[in-house]
Write a protein that binds this ligand. Sequence first.
Ligand SMILES: Nc1ncnc2c1ncn2[C@@H]1O[C@H](COP(=O)(O)OP(=O)(O)OP(=O)(O)O)[C@@H](O)[C@H]1O
Ligand code: SF4
Ligand SMILES: [Mg+2]
Length: 344
Amino acid sequence: MAGSGKAHLRDTDDVLLRVEDIVVEYETEAGTVYAVSNVSLDVRRGETLGIVGESGCGKSTLGRAMTMLDPPTSGTIDFAGHGVTTLSASKRRQLRPKLQVIFQDPISALNPRRTVRKIIGEGPEIWGRKVSDEQINELIAAVGLDPQAVGDRRPGEMSGGQCQRVAIARALMLEPDVILCDEPVSSLDVSVQAQVLNLLERLREERELTLVFIAHDLGVVKNISDRTAVMYLGKLCEVVPSGDLHRFPSHPYTRALLEAIPVPDPEVEILPMEIAGDLPSPLAPPSGCRFRTRCVMATNRCAAEEPQMREVRPGHFAACHYSEDLLARAEAEQASGQEPAPVA
Ligand SMILES: Nc1ncnc2c1ncn2[C@@H]1O[C@H](COP(=O)(O)OP(=O)(O)OP(=O)(O)O)[C@@H](O)[C@H]1O
Ligand code: SF4
Ligand SMILES: [Mg+2]
């Protein structure tokens, strides 16, 4: 199948956010950091799109570019029919509240000197809109906190989980269409993580939100996301409906990540990360396929020729020279009732 190089959906009716050929490069003293290279992707209205990959692979950089927090070096972003990369600064500013971000460390993301009530009300204030105490109390309650108990507290007087709920309320106050959740539970106690994930899921349904959910843990991402985008060293490897991720992985990196997910059974040994070696430097990414220095399936072709992203099943995109072979293998495994075997 010829590759378009883009993980763009055929049916564009419900595409809310489309990014095309996004490049983000940082000029540093050591040279150019190729943080995100030619990423093309769609986000459907109302879905949760997960972005997963190792630390430093460019997830946050891509997320920040997608939500207009930082402009990309090049590429285009289309949000709700607006070509935002070509809009005037003032028009872009008007769209900003519609794209909100929740960060990993909620305590440092909130102003330590302001009370919860002030923090939640400050967004509309910046945009010249007054909000009533009732509206603020309603939102505090909507994120599962007691307005009377926490309304006058400051971030330092609350737990990480409570602070993340406040950050979510602050984002909701601006009535966004999209919330980028950048590792929103990674810094929280394990016991609190599921509660915050459930809250995000409930709010998405109730308020018809679209979520872009970044994490380095594929296990978390595949549970919360409708579709999962797997990233490696600034590029997309695979974009797949999460329900098919486990059954039809079509990229060796995805398969390696899946093999590294611990099995929730104390009798079963926790599998080590199967991917040998470290992430290469984004200052000098490998030629051809960026995963080739760690890929157990790499051939000479992989050094010479860059694999193109293409649709291997309806709505399922992958970018390995051998994705069709891997898919055929996964389909055969499914037909015979086997679990996906290691690709080595
Ligand atoms: N402002 C910057 N200047 C220079 N390099 C940067 C800058 N921001 C990010 N980078 C580099 O760009 C690459 C991608 O970083 P990014 O933070 O997007 O990765 P990530 O996948 O979000 O990682 P993590 O899981 O650790 O959050 C990394 O090599 C990082 O060091
Ligand atoms: S293109 Fe080659 S190196 Fe890249 S993932 Fe596929 S087999 Fe591995
Ligand atoms: Mg990050």
